[in-house]
Design a protein. Sequence first.
Length: 263
Amino acid sequence: MSRSTHFSTAITRRPSASITSGLRAVDTGTPDLALMQADHDAYIATLKATGATVVELPPLEAFPDSVFVEDTALCLADGAVIMRPGAPSRLGEAAEMAPHLRALYTWVVEISGKNSFIEGGDILVTETEILVGRSARTNAEGIAELKHLVAPWGHKVREVLTPPGVLHFKTDCSLLDAETILSTKRLSASGCFVGYTVIDVPDGEEAAANTIRFNDLVLMPAGFPKTRDTLATAGFQVREIGNSECSKLDGGMSCLSLRFTPS
């Protein structure tokens, strides 16, 4: 069973009313909190349906983007690494997440350098390596510190580049199984996935590249029928989840949970 796609536990956080003030690259409208919560409930129910335990944390009104918990930590089988987000308004989110991870893990370490910035949305964990995309939110210092912290656990970190204008590395890719990656063409064309089987999302459906493989299911955003059919044809069991409101804040399927089997 793949350690990178099969998990016993997930952590989520309920969206706060302040999410209407969340960060966004382009203003495409104010998120509808009620619809976002309904979609979030469906997301949690789908994770639970796989047999996983889902820790549901309360909203943090002081942090509008705190529903996007993935950016606060990297959760591995060996231990957890508390991130240091590159957006100043999000720095406190990692500190809020730390005690919850310490309650579940034997080993928890932290990115602590004042010049180090790294967010979980830039990190793709496969069976053989940890790919980290350099981006506006993740810098070389943060990647170097992560490499140092996970080396004792036997993990290899490989730095790659996030496409220009793309918020996070995983905005444009996701792991489908131990050997297969779903990617936008602009990212796969960079050659960063040599050695993997790559499924490119169809033109016009780039926003569907961010999915999560969680146990036997692939959760993907609703509204991308070509990608859905491509994944189904490839043999994956797909569940579509509404993501219209999170997408207004540059959020996707992976952003909404931390997924792991704690040590």
